[in-house]
Design a protein around this ligand. Sequence first.
Ligand SMILES: [Fe+2]
Length: 283
Amino acid sequence: MTDHNLGFGLGLRTPHFQDVLNTQPDVDWFEIISENFMVAGGKPKYYLHAIRERYPMVMHGVSMSIGSTEPLDNAYLQRLKQLANEVQPEWISDHLCWTGLDGINSHDLLPMPYTEEAINHIVERIKQVQDTLGRPLLLENVSSYISYTDSVMSEWAFYNEIVERADCLMLLDINNIYVSSRNHYFDAQDYLDSVNPARVRQIHLAGHSDYGTHVIDTHDHDVCDPVWQLYRQALQRFGPVSTMIERDDNIPPLTQLIDELNIARQIAAEVHSSKPLIREVAG
Ligand SMILES: [Fe+2]
């Protein structure tokens, strides 16, 4: 394993808490949704600490709204920092998006307009967050269903520019790249080819709902073959990267998710047994 490669993980979900403790499955690490554990105590916290004693963890948030024009929520950031003090995660991530305006939370991860103005805005906010948390932030690419006439560059050019200038890291969601490539008619390989491998700290895999004319990022299906193929291409370019599967609806038994995770292990083994790695230097 290279630096920071945790291996193969799963999103920790409530229906699996007891199974994880009872069976201590062959999963290298777990990702938690930070907001689900920003509480004083209770059963979720009991399971969190018990599972953390046995597995490495990372924290993944959905509420930072790094792209919003509203001020950063310092109370939220302090609660996030407090949770990080408890969990001691390997890293903390959120999404390259905005989630609401005027105090209204849309509960959606909304895409940004891909403009220089938005880049300048987000870079400053990432620096504030990283200063507050005292650690680098990972930002994830979101699935999108709309685009803005104001955009002047590709999503990947926008994403790359932000992580380089803010000196943060990427949580690359391969399924989201696939979903957006279908909805916006771009070549997913162009996206992967643009990314600096040294910035990629984690990979998400997930399933979606395919309606033919458009694709929705529902996290309620198995990972599909085109996404597995894209994952293979990603590993060929990036080398070994901590990889996990997200499942948020129609959640199967833990053993079934582990079988799916083993497909990722198998692909990684095939890719890395056959190809020397080239990792570019982060600048
Ligand atoms: Fe994701």
